[in-house]
Design a protein around this ligand. Sequence first.
Ligand code: HSE
Length: 317
Amino acid sequence: MSKSNKLQEVRVFAPASVANVSCGFDVMGFALSGPGDEIVARRTDESGLRISKITGENGLLPTSVKKNTAGVAAQKLISNIGFEGGIELEIHKKMPLGSGLGSSAASSVGAVVAVNRLLGSPCEREKLLVFAAEGEKVACGTAHLDNVAPSLLGGFVFIRSQQPPDVTELECSKPLFATVVHPHIEINTEDTRKILRREIPMHKAVQQWGNVGGLVAGLLKGDYGLISRSLQDVIVEPIRSVLIPGFREVKQAAMDAGALGSGISGSGPSIFALSSSERTSQEAGKAMGEAFKAIGLENEIYQSRINEQGPKILQER
Ligand code: HSE
């Protein structure tokens, strides 16, 4: 292909996501329509990968490729396909860091999708998952897929195995509306993983996998009652929720507004709710936001249907 036929620049939107979805610690997540990060990949004359610009993160993210989640993910892809030219990345953070919205995953996903497209799409999305997960490892200490997979593939996903990845989309036959409320505090995922118990009592495990199975079945059957009964986490939430001021009140506010269920979004501090109608999800969002405000916590409310599409190419030339 001559230089003029090659893409020179690609801009990609990669969505935020809600991981765990109560009972599915590390094995379930869904993509939101917004917020999300934007990543630009551009060819350069100088060989190798570099990060030329980061916006929207107040100088908190490293520009070194080896330390940056998007940089690591893109480098894995580039090394895998043996590309020897030059690429620069711009990372435009459009969502809060350490929020429980899958911010690092969105950057990793945006980077691999943009670079892959720039280089003529040599890899399938499933393969990109492995590279994006390596980026996630830099941010969180483990390469879990429950933010990366929904952000990359779209929809509501179930991860049977992390390594090798075995990921399947759970198509809900009835509409689901997500609400996520982000209080203005920051929680580090790596820290919140360290406080979890290494062993769990058998009776708790039985309850949890009952709920995981129930949630999967409820989604596939479009059974709101079963979804609602299954949105319970008896293992992780009781430990992590103590780090989120007002957790119990905010969750109760969502349930009182008619949500099917509510829990910690990823490792928090954001709290999500799922509802069967847009109106309920709006009312839940308002009530949750007010409950945070009642204890002095400013917050943002995000509302969206499950984003079936995943990343979007915004511009290319
Ligand atoms: N499953 C992950 C966790 C999601 O809860 O730690 C956040 O990265």
